[in-house]
Design a binder for this molecule. Structure first.
Ligand SMILES: Nc1nc2c(ncn2[C@@H]2O[C@H](COP(=O)(O)OP(=O)(O)OP(=O)(O)O)[C@@H](O)[C@H]2O)c(=O)[nH]1
Ligand SMILES: [Mg+2]
Length: 311
């Protein structure tokens, strides 16, 4: 990766940012000086995860929040992660974000990425992409991802705070509990509050949050919005900023960032060890041994031991 690309990113050149993200998406590990430069310049951005069911209004709400952050002199990057599409280099997924009014605005950078069926890999990439955006000077980075029951847990590991968006139709008490959303949400939004049942679901949710305390004992606030009319967006913005402030004071923001750093190191080590372990010989041995069920003679732990001891 040429030095000019790094300079481009640090100068907030959106073409350079885009090229760097494509390199990351295409599994090309950027060279060490690049990563160091990016990391050295990437510490201050706030990373906000936004998840919720398909069509809940995540993009519309993100769009409205972008406007509010811009009005408060903050610059914004958005990474929309589409768990149903493979990586495409970002070109085809653009319409999913539906925020093209910012194409020529150098205060806002938007990018869609696919999932590539590998959430461990995805969260590393999503973090590297976040680092690039942070190094370009973006103050706020949104990760939008469709919450379909599991993937959001992984993508949420990349954010400082997580916003879960529900709609009045999001179901009864039991469904909310089952969805496992309580543990990941720092803040809830009931969007489409122009529809029937918005107050009802907000009340149910608040009751649940009051009785089921999270590990950190903090009760996530609940906001009602109508994203299409920008109703409730200022209140949500203030809620986010207050949450960040209290997390910064009580140390949980620092704790999460440290945890994230450690997880990244651990996952890179895992990746590295696996890559250096497997060679054609070992892959062949495992494939031979697992050709059919009646070919299997060793219990799994002995098979693993044999492979581990192989030179
Ligand atoms: N009535 C109503 N419609 C809304 C509201 N917010 C968003 N919508 C509409 O809901 C539809 C989906 O909105 P998106 O913002 O694309 O939802 P999304 O969650 O990003 O969707 P995916 O990324 O496809 O999962 C659009 O037609 C929006 O105009 C709202 O507050 N009220
Ligand atoms: Mg969307």
């Amino acid at each position: 990766m040429p030095q000019s690309l790094i300079h481009g990113i640090l100068d907030n050149n959106h073409g350079s940012i885009s090229r760097a993200i494509t390199l990351i998406e295409n599994h090309q590990t950027p060279p060490e000086p690049f990563l160091s430069e990016v990391h050295a310049n990437a510490s201050n951005a706030i990373r906000i995860g936004i998840t919720g069911p398909p069509g809940a209004g995540k993009s519309t709400l993100t769009n409205a929040l972008i406007e509010t952050y811009l009005a408060n002199n903050k610059t914004v990057g958005v990474v929309a992660v589409d768990p149903t599409s493979p990586f495409t280099g970002g070109a085809l997924l653009g319409d999913r974000v539906r925020m093209n009014q910012y194409s020529w605005d150098d205060r806002v950078f938007l990018r869609s990425v696919g999932n590539h069926c590998n959430l461990g890999g995805l969260s590393n990439k999503a973090q590297e992409i976040g680092d690039v955006l942070a190094a370009s000077g973006k103050d706020i980075i949104f990760y939008e991802t469709v919450g379909v029951g599991q993937g959001e847990h992984d993508i949420m590991n990349v954010a400082d705070i997580c916003i879960v968006i529900l709609v009045p139709e999001s179901g009864d008490e039991i469904q909310l509990m089952k969805a496992g959303l309580l543990e990941i949400a720092d803040l809830f939004v009931i969007n489409k509050s122009d529809r029937n049942g918005a107050n009802r679901i907000a009340t149910i949710l608040k009751n649940i949050l009051h009785t089921v305390k999270k590990a950190d004992n903090v009760e996530p606030p609940v906001f009602n919005t109508i994203a299409t009319k920008k109703d409730g967006v200022i209140e949500l913005f203030v809620g986010i900023q207050n949450l960040l402030k209290s997390m910064s004071i009580n140390g949980s923001l620092e704790y999460r960032r440290l945890h994230r750093y450690k997880e990244r190191v651990l996952s890179l080590i895992r990746l590295n060890l696996e890559n250096s372990f497997w060679n054609t010989d070992k892959i062949n041995q495992l494939n031979q041994a697992t050709k059919s069920l009646d070919k299997i003679v060793l219990p799994p732990h002995l098979m693993a031991k044999q492979l581990l001891e192989k030179q």
